[in-house]
Write a new protein. Structure first.
Length: 81
């Protein structure tokens, strides 16, 4: 399935088509890959039972959130947005 909805409004239509082709071929942009990992890490945090598990899960969420912010900023600089 095509999972780049929302990105098209931020980028050139030609690039959006390229992203769609990449997504359909299974090659996702870094932001999408990190977003998936972040969603999974948040689910681990929600399901954590102990304070130690919650602390470790929150650390992972924070790391991924930072990586996602960096990837978004890099995309903006690259595309001049």
């Amino acid at each position: 399935p095509y999972e780049l909805a929302g990105f098209e409004s931020m980028i050139d239509p030609g690039i959006a088509i390229g992203h769609r082709i990449m997504a359909e071929a299974g090659a996702l942009p870094e932001e999408i890959r990190i977003k998936r990992q972040l969603d999974a890490a948040r689910a681990v945090y929600r399901d954590a039972g102990t304070e130690d598990e919650k602390r470790a899960a929150m650390k992972r969420v924070a790391e991924l959130d930072l990586k996602l912010s960096i990837a978004r900023e890099a995309r903006k600089k690259f595309f001049g947005a």
